[in-house]
Design a protein around this ligand. Structure first.
Ligand SMILES: NC(=O)c1ccc[n+]([C@@H]2O[C@H](COP(=O)([O-])OP(=O)(O)OC[C@H]3O[C@@H](n4cnc5c(N)ncnc54)[C@H](OP(=O)(O)O)[C@@H]3O)[C@@H](O)[C@H]2O)c1
Length: 308
């Protein structure tokens, strides 16, 4: 593979895509991103070319001409503003068609742990449908399945810290014993770029070395930022209502009921061995001074700036 090869990544100004783009630049690749954003200031100082993430089939195929590996991080966290999981699946179908037309050699697709077309959860069903599209695309592929991704720009870990810093109790749905296996965003990017550079078709969980019961994860975050943790265990429907109410305060969808259900079903952990080395517990201590100082809103990040 030649050093200056052009690789494309969705969302280079977002969360996971930013770290993948950085790894690719470090490896000497030329990088193109598909995105709806035009960042000011540009974290890459103009070194990442930009094309619109608008799912126009011809325009996208044209933009991808000359790309050898396509990294797809695109997905929607929950249905909102007219976007559904079904439309996200269709949109990824358009990206895959465009890759084929443009002569892209390999696709690296970011999925999630435990996707299943039989899942009771539409998110996990949609992710499984997309994996089927990727496998049947005719392109060489790697599918990476992260559990919960943590890093400076993540939403969930940061917002748990934000709530712990401001509220005397923390709502936990159910008994809090279900597992969560966080993985560091830099490790996800390493795994993605390494898998992008190989040839064989592969499917791999991206999961860190520590698995926490959710209640222990909240305690770990509280200990790192020096906040007392008083857990308020509530039956799931009551917890979902409480979390919805908190959303009114912060003008966001904090977590949907389905996300809480998938969390309590233990879907954010792998049955296999860890594939990443960074320990959340150690990262939390390094990150503590800035963790949870500011609430990070999914709606502000993905919708409000666009007037929806
Ligand atoms: N974050 C986690 O903890 C986690 C855990 C497991 C799996 N994953 C998966 O990892 C991938 C990357 O997640 P991430 O958190 O790093 O995502 P992200 O950077 O916030 O977004 C990834 C891409 O999706 C686009 N996108 C996101 N929401 C959108 C919306 N509502 N409408 C239109 N486009 C949207 C973004 O577009 P722009 O570039 O225009 O912003 C970006 O290109 C996703 O497939 C996700 O399902 C994430």
């Amino acid at each position: 593979m030649s050093a200056g090869e052009l690789h494309a990544v969705t969302g280079a100004f977002g969360f996971t895509g930013r770290y993948i783009a950085r790894r690719l630049l470090e490896a000497g690749r030329s990088v193109l991103t598909l995105t709806r954003r035009s960042p000011h200031p540009d974290p890459f100082g103009g070194r990442v070319a930009i094309a619109p993430l608008d799912f126009d089939p011809d325009r996208t195929a044209q933009a991808l001409r000359g790309v050898s590996v396509f990294y797809n991080t695109y997905w929607v966290r929950f249905p909102y503003g007219g976007l559904t999981y079904e439309s996200a699946v269709r949109n990824i179908g358009i990206l895959l068609d465009a890759c084929r037309q443009a002569g892209v050699r390999r696709i690296l697709h970011i999925s999630i742990t435990n996707p299943s077309e039989d899942s009771p959860f539409a998110y996990f069903r949609g992710k499984a449908e997309v994996e089927r599209l990727v496998r049947s695309s005719g392109l060489s592929y790697a599918i990476l399945r992260p559990a919960l991704i943590f890093g400076p720009e993540d939403i969930l870990i940061n917002n748990i810290a934000w709530f712990l810093r401001r509220f005397p109790v923390f709502v936990v749905p159910g008994d809090g014993r279900y597992p969560v296996q966080p993985v560091f965003v830099e490790d996800v990017a390493d795994l993605a770029v390494r898998a992008g550079e190989t040839e064989e078709n592969l499917v791999l969980d991206a999961v860190g070395p520590e698995t926490f019961a959710f209640a222990d994860l909240v305690r770990e975050i509280g200990a790192a930022i020096g906040c007392p943790v008083r857990l308020w265990r509530l039956p799931l429907p009551v917890a979902a209502a409480a979390v919805k109410f908190l959303g009114l305060i912060v003008r966001d969808i904090v977590l949907t009921r389905e996300e809480l259900e998938a969390l309590t079903a233990g879907l954010l952990a792998s049955r296999g061995a860890p594939t990443a080395a960074t320990r959340l517990s150690e990262w939390l201590r390094r990150q503590a001074p800035s963790l949870g100082m500011r609430y990070v809103s999914e709606l502000a990040r993905h919708y409000r700036a666009r007037g929806q």
